[in-house]
Design a protein around this ligand. Sequence first.
Ligand code: ATP
Ligand code: MG
Length: 212
Amino acid sequence: MRHIMVLNAKGGCGKSTLATNIASYFANEGATVALADYDPQRSSLDWLDRRPENRPTIHAVAGFEGGLRHCPRNADFVVIDAPARSHGKELTDLVRHAETILVPVLPSTIDMQATTVFLDELRNVGKIDRKQAKFGLVANRVRDNTLIFDDLDEYLTKARAPYIAALREAQNYVRAYTRGLGIFELPEYLAWPDWDEWEPLTAWLRSKRSQP
Ligand SMILES: Nc1ncnc2c1ncn2[C@@H]1O[C@H](COP(=O)(O)OP(=O)(O)OP(=O)(O)O)[C@@H](O)[C@H]1O
Ligand SMILES: [Mg+2]
């Protein structure tokens, strides 16, 4: 059972968007997938409520209530959507559940600044420090040919952690969420640019590089 967590103390950076898309990606690959929402805001569980019945099943786990107690034992992948503002003991407890952590970051000075503080805290969590969990960085909502994307690109390249992928700002993510789908479940003529951008991310998640 693989546990993949999407985590950043900064709010609104795309944790739920990444979590729902990762879950639908692996479900469409034929894996047994659970999506554990640790945020009482319930964005991932709301997305599952919207999910059409004819799409590959993803098991809902209300992590904010009972942790992973109700997670199906046969799950190949447990994708965990973490809440914003996770610090201190709460952060340590969350990280305990994951071997792989993805940290989305927006092209914004406020977000880069907040992420610097967060990454310092994350590196000091015992499990990360002992290399029992791996984390990687994802640029999210980027717009090509903007100065702030150049800044984010440089920031993530210099960060002492693997920079896995850059995902563009696209209405596809908003449309897909509304319909309970992932971008992999949208028509190819609409979503192919996003599929291309996800390739390094899914390759990393499937590889040993993302595992302790
Ligand atoms: N690549 C993207 N392109 C366009 N919109 C996006 C993208 N990623 C996220 N969004 C939108 O940005 C908003 C915040 O995303 P999301 O809810 O996934 O962030 P979050 O980190 O889970 O937020 P919170 O900290 O509140 O849980 C949402 O409206 C979402 O639809
Ligand atoms: Mg969220």
